[in-house]
Design a protein around this ligand. Structure first.
Ligand code: NAD
Ligand code: IPM
Ligand code: MN
Length: 376
C-alpha cells in the first residue's frame, strides 16, 4: 500500500499494564481457512508488538485432512481441551472429500457444546467496500442470529432407507428460554444503536414454531419501551434487505434464517470475504468462537487469493469480547483500530480478486498490519 498520509481517526492506544497472556485456541480448518487465519494471526502479532499484550496461541490441526488420517475431525474430548481457553479463532471447515455434516459438525458442536447462543454478525459496508447495488446504500445492520436451537436441532432421522416409502424428518426445536435470551440480547444491543429491532418470522406458514417466536419476542419488547420492534416475514425480509438495507438496525433471526440472510448481508457489505462473526455466550463460562462467515471456498483454496478481511474482522470482534470478559484492557479500542485499518485498506488497496484486484491473501494481510502499526 502506497498511502503516505493515513487518516488517523482512531486514538492511539496506550500500552496497558502487562496482563496474563490471552489464551487463544486456533483451528485453521480446511480450504482457505488456514490461508485467512494466518493473516488474522499476523494482525494479533502486530498488536503484541505495539502494545505489549500477549496472545498465547495453541494451534489445533483439526480438519478434514485430520479426519482422513485419523478417523476423526477432532479427538474425542476436544471440548474439554478447548474449555480452558479465553477464545477460539476458527478458519473454516468443509472439504469435498469428506461429508459436510462430519467436517462442519465441529463448528456446530462447539456452538452447542459451549452454549454460544449468540451468533453476532455485523453486516456493515465499510467506506471503501464495493456495493453490489447501483445506489450503493449505507449498510450498518447488526444481525443477532440464534445459534443453538431452532432449525439446527439434532431431532430427526431417516426411516426405510432405500425403499420407495423412505422418509426423512428434521424437527425444528424452539424453546421459550432460547427465544427469550436471544431477543433480550438483541434489544440490549439496539439500545446502543438506533433502537430498532427487526424480528424475522415465518409465523404465517409455520405457526407453531414461529408463533412461539413472535409471542416471546413481543413479550421481551415490552421490557424495552424505548426500542421499536417490527416483525417482518423472512421472504419479505430478503426483498427489503436488497431494496432498502439502510432501514434496518438490529435484526434478530432464528438459526437458519440468520444463516441465509447473513450470506445475503455479506453481498451487501461487499462480499463473503469481508463478513465476520462472533459466537458468544455473554455470561457463560466457556470461550467464545470467532470465525469468518464464509466457508472453506474449495473453488479458490490453495491459490493464496482468498480475502483475509473477514477473518481479520472476526479477530477484531474477539478483541472486543476479550475486553468485555476482562481479559484485554483496551480491547475495544484495539478492535476499533483494526477496523479502521481494514477500512483504509479497502479504500486504498491492495485488493484480492473477489474485490476486483490482483493482490494475494498475504499482501492484503500485510497491508492491514502496516496500516494498523501506524494507528497504534
Ligand atoms: P463458501 O463460503 O466457502 O464459498 C461461497 C463463495 O464465496 C465461493 O465462490 C467462494 O470462492 C467465495 N468466498 C468464500 N470465502 C471467500 C474469501 N475469503 N475470499 C474470496 N472469496 C471467498 O461456501 P460454499 O461454497 O457453499 O461452501 C464450501 C464448504 O464450506 C462447504 O463444505 C460448506 O459446508 C463449508 N462451510 C463452512 C463454514 C464454516 O466452517 N463456518 C461456513 C460456510 C460453509
Ligand atoms: C455458517 C455456516 C454454518 C451454519 C455451517 C458450516 C454449518 O454456514 O456459519 O454460516 O450453517 O451455521
Ligand atoms: Mn452460513
Amino acid at each position: 500500500m502506497q498511502s503516505t498520509a493515513p487518516k488517523q481517526t482512531v486514538q492511539p492506544v496506550q500500552p496497558a499494564q502487562p496482563v496474563h497472556p490471552v489464551r487463544l485456541a486456533v483451528i485453521p480448518g480446511d480450504g482457505v481457512g488456514p490461508e485467512v487465519i494466518e493473516q488474522a494471526l499476523r494482525v494479533l502479532q502486530a498488536i503484541e508488538e505495539a502494545t505489549g499484550h500477549r496472545f498465547h496461541t495453541v494451534t489445533f490441526p483439526w480438519s478434514s485432512e485430520h479426519y482422513l488420517q485419523t478417523g476423526h475431525v477432532a479427538p474425542p474430548g476436544f471440548l474439554d481441551t478447548l474449555r480452558g481457553f479465553d477464545a477460539i479463532l476458527l478458519g473454516a471447515m468443509g472439504d469435498p472429500r469428506v461429508p459436510d455434516p462430519i467436517s462442519v459438525g465441529l463448528v456446530l458442536q462447539i456452538r452447542k457444546g459451549f452454549d454460544l447462543y449468540v451468533n453476532l454478525r455485523p453486516v456493515r459496508r465499510l467506506s471503501g467496500a464495493p456495493s453490489p447495488l447501483a445506489h450503493a446504500p449505507t449498510v450498518d445492520i447488526l444481525f443477532v442470529r440464534e445459534n443453538t436451537e431452532g432449525e439446527y436441532s439434532d431431532a430427526g432421522g431417516r426411516l426405510n432407507a432405500g425403499h420407495p416409502d423412505e422418509l426423512a424428518l428434521h424437527t425444528a426445536v424452539f424453546t421459550r428460554r432460547g427465544i427469550e435470551r436471544i431477543a433480550v440480547f438483541a434489544f440490549e444491543q439496539a439500545r446502543h444503536r438506533r433502537r430498532i429491532v427487526t424480528s424475522v418470522s415465518k409465523g404465517n406458514a409455520l405457526p407453531h414454531t414461529f408463533g412461539l417466536w413472535d409471542e416471546v419476542v413481543r413479550d421481551v419488547a415490552r421490557h424495552f419501551p424505548d426500542v421499536r420492534l417490527e416483525t417482518v416475514l423472512v421472504d419479505a425480509m430478503a426483498y427489503h434487505l436488497v431494496r432498502q438495507p439502510e432501514r434496518f438496525d438490529v435484526v434478530v433471526a432464528s438459526n437458519l434464517f440468520g444463516d441465509i440472510l447473513t450470506d445475503l448481508g455479506a453481498a451487501l457489505q461487499g462480499g463473503l470475504g469481508l463478513a465476520a462473526s462472533a459466537n458468544i455466550n455473554p455470561a457463560g463460562p466457556y470461550p467464545g468462537m470467532f470465525e469468518p462467515v464464509h466457508g472453506s471456498a474449495p473453488d479458490i483454496a490453495g491459490r493464496g487469493i482468498a480475502n483475509p478481511i473477514g477473518a481479520i474482522w472476526s479477530a477484531a470482534l474477539m478483541l472486543d469480547y476479550l475486553k468485555d470478559r476482562g481479559r484485554l484492557p483496551n480491547g475495544d479500542r484495539l478492535a476499533g483500530a483494526v477496523l479502521q485499518a481494514i477500512a483504509d485498506v479497502l479504500r486504498e488497496g491492495p485488493h484480492t480478486p473477489d474485490l476486483g484486484g490482483t493482490a494475494t491473501t498475504r499482501e492484503v494481510g500485510e497491508a492491514v498490519v502496516r496500516q494498523l502499526a501506524r494507528l497504534l
